[in-house]
Structure formats: C-alpha cells, structure tokens
Design a protein around this ligand. Structure first.
Ligand code: SF4
Length: 220
C-alpha cells in the first residue's frame, strides 16, 4: 500500500479569493471575460457538495461557457450533462439537473472540485498554474474528514491530485478505469467527460458509467 505524505496537506484556505491574483494569465483572462460577459460568474469556481462526503470528484478546470458562466462546477455545458446524469443514476445526486446553479440538485455523499479553479484559455492551464492552484485542491482534500474515494477526470486532475497526496507519478500512472490504492484512499481514473472525448469516441457514456458503478460497489 502506498504511504501518503500528510505534510503536503497543511491547513490552507479551501477556496481562493474571487479576485485571486496568483496566476496572472488566468486573472487577465478572467478580467477580459468580465468585460465581455458582465453577467457571468467569471471568477474561481468553488467546490460543490458536502465536505463530509466520502467521494470527491476532481475535474480539470471550469469550462468557459459552463462553470465559468454559471459558477457551479460542471454546470451548463456538455461535460455536466454526462457527469450529473451519471451521478443521479448511481445515487450520488438527487433532484433534477437543469444546468443552472439554482436547479435544486444536491450531491449525496459526493463533492466536486477542480484541479484549477479559474477558466483557462482553450481549456489548457499551464503547468505553473496547475501547481499554484494545487494549494486549494490539497486544502479541499485535507478538510474532507471522510473522503476515501477520489474520481479523477483526466490526466491533469489525476497528476495534480497524486502530487497533492505526496505520491510519485510512477506509483499511480493514469489510465482510464484504473484504480489506485493510496493509503486510506482509492483513486479512480477516468477520461474527462468532455464533449471532445465523447465525440471522438475516446470516452463512451458506458465507459464513464462503469467508473461510477465501481465506486458505488466499492463503497458498499
Ligand atoms: S487558478 Fe487557482 S491559483 Fe490560479 S488564479 Fe485561479 S484560483 Fe488563483
């Protein structure tokens, strides 16, 4: 079993300031978006769900017209359609997903966060931005006392979470469907549920659902 260094999980704020300046390129992109779309969220997107949940889902970053627009992770774009319908099917959400933060949907034993909290141009954060924002990801994990299952959507979310846990990449290489045991955690890898991945057949809805079926089975 892999031992986790807890030194990397030092107390820190779990949510950045809405004007977080730590990534100048992303702060400038955010400012530009505020000018263009003043009614959108255009700020770091906070985690969604219960801090006492056992399951944490880590995505890449807010989508420009999804979470960056609505202010709730995975809400308002295709990735959210697939994610929330899957969560509803496996009992990790209840209510009706209507692609709006006020749709009344709640997560059950589940929380959703992102490796990078601000929307990056072309959905591509730079390595330095991923490293900087890991502070908030690590703090989020450190303040979830019951979390034992982490679903990692895509390689960037995987790699950043593995680093936040103090593991080496070779101890837990990313592969769709892989499950890595890491101390008290199980890490579940999935390709990201983006429209691009589903349109190109990299990820089918069944492949995605199978990941959550496995999480549900393992939770008992
Ligand atoms: S990505 Fe994270 S660290 Fe960078 S500016 Fe946004 S909130 Fe701050």
């Amino acid at each position: 079993m892999t031992k986790i260094s807890t030194n990397s999980l030092e107390p820190a704020p779990t949510e950045p300031d809405q004007n977080c300046p730590l990534c100048p390129r992303l702060a400038a992109f955010r400012a530009e978006a505020r000018t263009r779309q003043p009614t959108w969220h255009n700020a770091p997107v906070a985690s969604f769900g219960d801090p006492n949940a056992r399951v944490l889902i880590v995505g890449l970053a807010p989508g420009l017209q999804g979470a960056n627009r609505t202010g709730r992770p995975f809400t308002g774009d295709y990735a959210g359609d697939l994610l929330y319908s899957t969560l509803l099917d496996y009992g990790f959400a209840k209510g009706k997903y209507q692609a709006r933060p006020d749709d009344g949907l709640t997560l059950v034993d589940c929380r959703i966060s992102n490796a990078v909290r601000c929307v990056p141009p072309q959905n591509k954060p730079l390595p330095a931005e991923i490293n900087t924002c890991r502070t908030f990801l690590a703090a989020t994990m450190a303040t979830m006392p019951k979390v034992n299952s982490i679903v990692l959507l895509g390689r960037i979310a995987h790699d950043s979470t593995v680093k936040a846990l103090g593991l080496k990449a070779k101890d837990a290489p990313f592969a769709h469907g892989a499950v890595h045991k890491a101390g008290n955690f199980r890490l579940y890898d999935s390709y990201h549920c983006s429209r691009y991945n589903t349109n190109t057949g990299v990820l089918t809805p069944k492949m995605f659902r199978d990941v959550f079926a496995r999480v549900r089975t393992d939770l008992g």
